[in-house]
Write a protein that binds this ligand. Structure first.
Ligand code: SAM
Ligand code: SF4
Length: 469
């Protein structure tokens, strides 16, 4: 790789397997059948990390429960992107003191992005004394050793040192059952958008080797997974400076035989190129779906966010993508209420939403993150005012999503049955290539299959339909 990337050496991973074995034996000697409660907050990257942590716990001999009270180990895999997510974690941590009083042997672990923030780890050290182990994303691969230290010494362990980050291959993964799977292709972020905490807690941008990614995708496809999502904070920066950049990776993975869809997220507009869209259009397995966060429709605000593209450039990218992929399903992230944003600027964001016509949006009210550049900016607009702009944005987008969905009525779509629908009238929950949710009247044996659905109705969030005979 062109950039300096640290890979965790195989001997170090082997040493971790030794700790896993020691923990497993400790439980086996006591004829214990330990239970773990794992709770993951935040983005898909965190979900993927949670599956690795659960994979490690499984190898240590744990089974899983959804009831924290009966768990021998409670693990909160946290998110620091917005304040709200942090408050939920502190609330849940507080509630755990009660369970721990009843079961003093219970081990409480806090990991993920919040753990990597010095102010948070200090607060836990001082005020949440029932937490036994705290470690950030950089130390994830050392979880067996850290947990062994807790069991062996009875002491509280904090592994929260700041570092650039490394790549650990071959960690066990406890995947959810079903047809979906997440594949991290890179870690960290170098973009430092001024509102965002991710580069501070997840370290420098680093890419996995294409051979390792290909191996993982091949094994998922041969195990019957049919809806695979490649993950990175900015996948367009994958392999930067090497011979295998992101479009080349897509071409390489697309050659893997089988019946499956390949998706990816997120794409940063500054690094998205016509070549990426040409590659998507050409590759049969790559879903014609794009998540391209624009964040703001105002050039002044985009500049203050450090996004490094303009409204015009974003619109041109979308126009090109649609010209080579007619019917492309397009989604995005947007922030309302960035410090100093005026009402006129917020309305520019809403006008961009109207102009583009997104299929769906992930909408966020700006949340100041200590340590980021934007948190130091004056932020004079009251929250109620921002909330009004936000509600207006939702109104516009919800009407658009509902109209786009309504236009599908009477059409036939190819879908993948993904899981039980949870509604007796529509027993199957399916997805289109564009990742639209379709509730289907049909037999649960359709789960795991590709099939055709005739759309009979819709609302803002989903399509409804029947299997076409
Ligand atoms: N790397 C991805 C990108 O740039 O598109 C996004 C990662 S971030 C976990 C997901 C979304 O959270 C961002 O696209 C942004 O809209 C939102 N976000 C990040 N920091 C935020 C903040 N301080 N306040 C509100 N929303 C925020
Ligand atoms: Fe955060 Fe920007 Fe990196 Fe996305 S690209 S993770 S928003 S700093």
């Amino acid at each position: 790789m062109g950039k300096q990337t640290t890979r965790v050496p195989p001997e170090a991973l082997e040493r971790q397997r030794g700790f896993t074995e020691q923990i497993r034996r400790r439980f086996a000697d006591r004829q214990a059948h330990p239970l773990a409660f794992v709770d993951t907050y935040g983005c898909q990257q965190n979900v993927a990390d949670g599956q690795k942590l659960s994979g490690m716990l499984r190898e240590m001999g744990f089974s899983f429960t959804r009831e924290p009270k009966e768990a021998d180990l409670v693990l909160l895999n946290t998110c620091a992107v917005r304040e709200h997510a942090e408050q939920r974690v502190f609330g849940n941590l507080g509630a755990l003191t009660h369970a721990k009083r009843e079961n003093p042997e219970q081990v409480v672990v806090l990991c993920g992005c919040m753990a990597q923030e010095p102010r948070t780890s200090e607060r836990i050290r001082k005020s949440y004394r029932h937490v036994n182990l705290v470690f950030g994303p950089h130390a994830l691969w050392r979880f067996p050793e850290l947990l062994w230290q807790v069991y062996d010494t009875g002491k509280r362990i904090f592994a929260v040192e700041d570092e650039a980050g490394s790549i650990a291959e071959g960690l066990p993964v406890e995947r959810e059952s079903g047809v979906r799977a997440w594949v991290s292709i890179m870690y960290g972020c170098d973009n430092f958008c001024t509102y965002c905490v991710v580069p501070y807690v997840r370290g420098r941008e680093r890419s996995r080797e294409p051979e390792r990614v290909e191996e993982e995708v091949r094994s998922l496809v041969s195990a019957g997974r049919k809806d695979l999502t490649l993950l990175g904070q900015n996948v367009n920066a994958y392999g930067r400076g090497t011979t295998c950049d992101f479009p080349a990776l897509l071409e390489r993975l697309d050659r893997i035989p089988g019946d499956y869809w390949l998706r990816f997220m997120s794409s940063h507009p500054k690094d998205a190129s016509p070549r990426l869209f040409d590659t998507m259009a050409r590759c049969g397995h790559v879903a014609k779906q794009l998540h391209l966060p624009f964040q703001s429709g105002s050039d002044r605000v985009l500049g203050a966010m450090g996004r490094r593209y303009t409204r015009r450039q974003y619109l041109d990218l979308v126009a090109y993508a649609r010209s080579v992929m007619p019917g492309l399903v397009l989604t995005s992230d947007v922030i309302i209420g960035f410090p100093g944003e005026t009402e006129a600027e917020a309305m520019e964001t809403i006008s961009l939403v109207e102009e583009v016509g997104f299929d769906a949006l992930f909408t966020f009210l700006y949340s100041p993150r200590p340590g980021t550049a934007a948190a130091k900016l004056p932020d004079p607009v009251p929250r109620e005012e921002k909330q009004r702009w936000f509600d207006r944005l939702l109104e516009v987008q919800n009407a658009r999503s509902a109209a786009i969905h309504a236009a599908y009525t009477g059409k036939t779509l190819r879908v993948l049955g993904e899981e039980a629908g949870g509604d007796p009238e529509y027993p199957v929950s399916a997805r289109t290539e564009g990742n639209r949710l379709v509730r289907v009247k049909g037999d649960p044996s359709l789960i795991g299959q590709f099939f055709d659905v005739r759309v009979t109705g819709s609302n803002t969030w989903a399509l409804y339909g029947e299997k076409e005979e």
